[in-house]
Ligand binder design. Sequence first.
Ligand code: SF4
Length: 552
Amino acid sequence: MDRVDLLGHFHPGFTPRREQARLLASLADAIAESLDDPAAPRVFVVEAPPGVGKSHIAMALAHWSGDAYLLTSQKLLQDQYEREFGADLQLVKGRDNYRCERYPDEPVPTSRGMCRRPRGPACQCPYARAKAAALAGPVFCTNLSYFATLRYWRAEQLRKRRLLVVDEAHGLEGQLVNVFTVAFPPAESAAWFGGPLPRLDDAEDYRNLLGDHLERMEGQLESLDRALEGLRPAFVSPEHFLSMPPSRAEQELLAERETLEAALARIRFFVDAEDREWVVRYPPEPGATLELVPLTVTSMARDLLTESAELVVLSSAYLGHRSALAESLGLDEAAVRSFSSESPFPLAQRRIEYRPVGALAKATLARLEPALFAEVAAILAEHPREKGLIHAPSYAAGRRLVADLTARGPALARRIIWVESAGAKARALELHRRSPAPTVLVSPSLREGVDLPDDFLRFQVVTKMPYPDLGDPWTAARQARDPRWYALETAKALVQAYGRSCRHAEDYGVTYVLDAQFERFLARYRVLLPEWFLDAVYAAMRARYPEAASEL
Ligand code: SF4
């Protein structure tokens, strides 16, 4: 058997922790076996709680391979890798994250840069250079959406590598669904079809409709090219025109062309994918965006994992049972091998406190909200000088909670930072980190991808169990197809939220759970939860129900 030395590739200057060393040793054995035996599993699942240092494990693997794709779930996490490992990886993001260098005095994104204009030159910009460096370098690091888009529509650019690491892989399915979703926002629908698309019964009807529109939309793309050509006054030479930054009107046309090109690629995919099931998401409000969403992405996931590299590592705090994971990714269970780690942190540092106000559900929420809000206010009063995070049930319920808390007095109002949308996250986090006050973030969208160590988070509140929203047609259809999926998604979301509380060996934080559905979920689905999480749950239940402690 070939010897695989992963520990020898640990990032210089760092000593692997016990859990990291164990996981790397197991992975080394499994990789050695796969090198020896072509029939051995080639997809490895690494589950480790927050704080174990999964990024160091990913980088040791990438270094060892010398030829890896390393995918993160978000651009923010790419930046984290860059901060930690700098020149050891080659990072690339989507085109719009870079500026065109030909117009140093104007912030022109590369998607509207000189080379994108009519008769623009071939050129090497920051984006092209970053992409070329990543393609040629040993560790191509990017986010999953960008990678999946490139792989599906520009597959020839991505050769098969030795290793693919997918970090935060619990979101793989959701992200792939987003990549292949065809969206028709109102402004684009007006430009492409002269108004919103009609409400049709099912995806098949939209396939017929869009099939009819395709040719015309391709004609629109040509019209946009002609309109762009026509912007140059006849008396100005192409060279001189290109030397001037694109006007606002030209940038708008370039953006329009970019959006139409991307949409056409997805519409063609949708029209051609007759054998695939699609869900129509078209909220009833006027001005809503129509979305055509693939019900499952099993085949896309399988292709991505098996064709991108010889070996695959999927890493996350928690991914669920191997069989369910393999099924959702279109893999044979025998081709997948799992490795997991316990939490390195004592329970006292990552306590759960269970304080139920009632079983929260759509039907009970209005009745139980006063008790829920009062409990949140009481918890805030118990942590007068500490920063915290409140996971709101939804944006609507979050707004009501914030209104209630702020009405309780100016001191409380000053602590609250309401994160009103996913787009407002980065600014809110920045504000929270910079403020010397005991600020408290309130949001339904901070369960994952957020690092708030030490004094940035000493307590957090899970107001409602994070069941995926069955009001969403895709979620409802996915749940109807596989009820186990729904429970597992809830378990993963719960574990992710809990993971915000203790980020490293010296860190500590308490998690309050206020929804009595928590208990029902545990009674039914405790097998779906990892041991290190259940340890904290059992301690919480023993504290809550001392009379039943012996049974727990
Ligand atoms: S490649 Fe295009 S976008 Fe990039 S610097 Fe050159 S002209 Fe600008």
